[in-house]
Each structure stands twice: as C-alpha cells, then as structure tokens.
Write a protein that binds this ligand. Structure first.
Ligand code: B12
Ligand code: SF4
Length: 442
C-alpha cells in the first residue's frame, strides 16, 4: 500500500472551508488502484501538526495542491517537511500547471504535475516514482526535465469524487447569499470553458491541456446526486462547472432527468449573463421547474469598453440587465461577481459598476480587487505597462489588498472603496466627493 498525503491550501481568510473537487477526484482514482490517501487541510491543520503526522506515516509521496495566492504558504510547508524528512514532494493544481518552472526552482519541490492529476499520479506511483510520466516535470542533475502535459482523463470514465477525505464542515459548507445560511454541496458535471476572458486562467488552461469542454454523462451526474442526497444532510447542490449553461441541449436533458429523478433538492451554479436571454427563456422556465434557485454570474465592470476591450468579455450592459431580470421573473436568485482596481479605472467607472448591479437588482453582490494571475493576458499587460506594485509583494486576499498601481487611486483608497461598495449595496451611493480623503477627487 502507498500512502499519499495531499496537503490542500485552503486558508483563504475570506472563505468558509470548502473542498477541492480536483483532489477528491484524484483520491477516488488512487484508491481505485489500491493506494491509501490521507488529506491534510491547511484550513484546519496547523503546519506543525501536518509535519508530525507525515513523520509518523512516512508516505512514499506527498502532494501539495495550490493556487497562486496560496503558493507562498505551499512553499513554506514544503520547506518544513524537507527540514525533518526527505520524502518526494509533488506540486499540482492551477498555479503549478501554469508556472511549473517557478515551482521547480524552489529547492524543496521535487516534481510538478502539469495538468490533471488522476492518471498521472497513478502512473507515477506504479513506476515507483522513477519513470517518465506525461505531465510530471522534475529536477534532473541541475536542470529541469519537462514532460509535457498529463494525459487528460476521459471524464465519463472517472469514478465519483471521494468526499470522504474532507472534513464534514467542508463537505457541506454554509454560505449566506442574503437569504439566510444554507449548506451547499459541491459537485461537478463538466470541466473547461469556451471563453477567453483576459483575467481568467481558463483561457490558458485550455491551451496547456489542449482540450475544450468535457462533460460527464447526465445520467451519471443525477445518479451521483441521488446517492449524495441519501448520504448527506444539506440544503442545496452547487455545480462547480465554469459555465453550467453553455450547452443548452445538455441543460434541458439535465433538468428533465432531474425532475424525473424526484431528488427535488435545490441547486445553483456558475454561468455568464450572455447565456440567459429572451430567446432561451424556456430554459430559465425549465431551470425554475427543476429547482434551480441561484445563478452566479460575472458582471465584472459597469464600463462596457473596459469589459469588452480589456476583459475580453463581449457582453453589453443591456444583455446583463436582461439576464438578471429574467432570473428575477422566474424567482431564481442571482449572485454577481465584480472586480474593481483595474490600473486605468476611474471613480466614474467604479460608480458605473456599482450602479449596474443596482439596476440588475442582483440579490447578492461580490466586489473583489482585481488580481492579475500569472500567465493571463491582463498580467502581461500589467507587467508591460509597469502597473505591478512590486514583484515580490505578497497577497493573502483578493478583498484586502492589491498588487496594482492604479492611475487614479492609491492602494489604500481602492481597498476602502471595495469595503464601501460591499457594505452599502443595494443602497444608492454617490462616490464622487465621498468622505474618504481621496486626493484624486475633482
Ligand atoms: C469551481 C471553482 C471555485 C469554487 C470551488 C473551488 C474548489 N474548492 O474546488 C469556488 C466558487 C468556491 C471557488 C473559489 C475560489 N476560486 Co475558484 N475556481 C473554480 C473553477 C471554476 C473550477 C475549479 C475546479 O473544480 N476545476 C476542476 C478540477 C478537476 O480541477 P482542479 O481543481 O484544478 O484539479 C485538477 C488539477 O489541477 C490537478 N491537481 C490539483 N491539485 C493537485 C495536487 C497534486 C499533488 C497533483 C499531482 C495534481 C493536482 O489534478 C486535479 C484533477 O484533475 C476554477 C477554474 C479552473 N479551471 O480551475 C476557478 C479558479 C481555480 N478559482 C480561482 C480563484 C481565484 C478562486 C478564489 C480565490 C476566488 C475568490 N476571490 O474568492 C476562491 C479560492 C478558493 C480556494 N480556496 O482555492 C482561480 C485561481 C487562479 C490562480 N491562478 O490561482 C481560478 C483558476 C479561476 C480564475 N480566476 O482564473 N472557485
Ligand atoms: S467565462 Fe468565466 S470561466 Fe470562462 S474564461 Fe471567462 S471568467 Fe473564465
């Protein structure tokens, strides 16, 4: 038996504890081949506790999953582990996939998995960690051995996610989107996105993975939902797919099948405003009938020019308003995602973002601070135009800090402004001349 410790960087101070669908999927695959898996979750487990347990278990391999913002902590844990025991460490997840060299340049990281980990980890373990495995990059006599991208799994063939490795509180985390606390169960039905928003890692991921959207069989999804409903106690499902409404035919098949299944549990998902309009109103009606209660969509900015030109989201304000109003008509709650703090953004632009949300009557709004993820088009733009505050600046939250030099606002002001918007929504506010001592107000 092999023991793989997966250390999950889940320490965002702004979020309730949550699971990682990716790690649950990896665990299911490893276990199906007879491997043992133990997960430590940095939300609960202090570093010292993790190290103590690793020393006791002496696993063959330690996997660390990290996004960009958590990577500093990921490197720290790797160092603490290596200080006490020399077990190979492999990094995986979105950030290592996009920045494998940066990860491998750290002396405590032995390998990096570029891409999806289900098959690659099984292969690596069956080759006793030594053979060449697609997607596994490693150090070799002072240089880096690059082995392309992991073979992308056929999602229809993957086993159901192994939820048992996560703590109970993370499996059914409680969130409040303005209609009281509700426990949510994360489940996935597809992977990937067809769009290329300039601030999002998905446009890059599809190039690295060399594949588009992949879907599970609808019947299998419904079967899994039935199983989870019997097994766990929670209020609603949440689909982690990037854009659940992308394929209308599939949404119809899902809704009809879900109604027939009698599961009758409310569900919500992520999508885009341009997926919802009068020409597909029948879908919204069907969603309501099948108990869709919440749709999360990005408005991102109220300035159409910024949205279309800089964010590469070809969606007009009118389309956005139409989408939110249609959801309201069918009593489906809406959650909107927005970013402020683009380098060239003015106070008027931020006012437009706020006002558009009010106009849309979004039931819950999330204002975060723009963060330029490495590898994205907007990151390259910020680097080229010298908009990054400092290369080494550390960020722990997209709500409390920014790495951007804004043309018209100071770092401090933009953070305050975000809080102000979040706190006041949906009240009418006028930002110009607001009492913050913002020197740039004319
Ligand atoms: C659904 C989703 C969410 C959900 C649930 C997230 C979750 N815990 O699973 C919610 C809405 C809660 C969420 C929250 C956030 N998210 Co999010 N989210 C996504 C989304 C759309 C899909 C994630 C997913 O399930 N993918 C499918 C699974 C199978 O892939 P995976 O998790 O990457 O895992 C595979 C591989 O990466 C690899 N792998 C992963 N770990 C490991 C470890 C080892 C050892 C190995 C070998 C392999 C390996 O194998 C896995 C299986 O194939 C992605 C976009 C994307 N394409 O990744 C953004 C994304 C991951 N999120 C992102 C962000 C920024 C956030 C938030 C910080 C947003 C915020 N402002 O609060 C939070 C932070 C969450 C956290 N603690 O990490 C960014 C991360 C950017 C970056 N470069 O770091 C992404 C990439 C979107 C973007 N903006 O570009 N998110
Ligand atoms: S639509 Fe969403 S998931 Fe797709 S590229 Fe744009 S922001 Fe990313």
């Amino acid at each position: 038996m092999v023991l793989v410790n997966l250390v999950y960087m889940n320490d965002s101070p702004t979020l309730y504890p949550q699971i990682s669908i990716g790690l649950g999927s990896i665990s299911a695959c490893l276990k199906s081949k007879g491997h043992d898996v133990v997960l430590f979750d940095t939300y609960y487990d202090p570093d010292d506790f993790i190290i103590k347990k690793i020393k006791k278990y002496k696993p063959r391999l330690i996997g660390i999953s990290t996004t960009e913002i958590h990577s500093k902590h990921a490197f720290e844990i790797a160092q603490k582990i290596k200080n006490v025991i020399n077990i190979p460490i492999i990094f995986g997840g979105v950030f290592p996939t996009i920045c494998p060299d940066e990860c491998l340049n750290n002396k405590n990281v032995d390998m990096v998995l570029v891409g999806e980990g289900e098959h690659a980890l099984n292969d690596l373990l069956s080759y006793n960690l030594a053979g060449r495995v697609s997607g596994v990059w490693r150090k070799n006599n002072g240089s880096i051995e690059r082995n392309g991208t992991a073979i992308v799994p056929q999602v229809e063939d993957l086993p159901w996610v192994d939820y048992s490795i996560f703590r109970k509180n993370s499996i059914t985390p409680v969130g409040n989107f303005g209609d009281g606390p509700k426990s949510r169960f994360f489940i996935w039905t597809g992977r990937g996105c067809a769009y290329d928003c300039s601030y999002c890692c998905n446009s890059l991921l599809k190039k690295i993975l060399r594949c588009g959207i992949r879907y599970r069989e609808v019947n299998d999804v419904i079967e899994e939902m039935k199983n989870l409903t019997d097994k766990y106690n929670f209020d609603e499902f949440f689909f982690t797919d990037e854009n659940f409404l992308y394929n209308c035919e599939r949404v119809r098949t899902f809704c009809n099948g879900y109604v027939d299944s009698g599961i009758n549990k409310p569900f919500g998902f992520l999508s885009r405003p341009d997926m919802i309009n009068h020409s597909n109103e029948d879908i919204i009606r069907l969603l309501q009938k099948s108990r869709c209660i919440r749709i999360h969509m990005g408005i991102e900015t109220g300035n159409e020019h910024i949205r279309m030109k800089y964010l590469n989201r070809n969606i007009s304000n009118d389309e956005i308003i139409e989408a939110f109003k249609l959801c309201k008509k069918y009593k489906i709650k809406t959650v909107s995602f927005n970013m402020i703090g683009f380098p060239f953004e003015t106070m008027e632009d931020i006012q437009k973002t706020y006002d558009l949300n009010v106009k849309c009557e979004a039931d819950y709004v999330c204002f975060s601070l723009f963060y330029p993820f490495k590898g994205t088009v907007l990151r390259d733009f910020c680097e080229k135009e010298d908009y990054l505050l400092s290369k080494s600046k550390e960020m722990k939250s997209y709500f409390k800090g920014t790495v951007i030099k804004c043309d018209y606002m100071s770092h401090k002001d933009i953070v305050k402004l975000r809080e102000h918007l979040q706190k006041n929504y949906p009240k009418t506010i006028k930002l110009k001349g607001h009492s913050f001592n913002l020197g740039w107000i004319t």
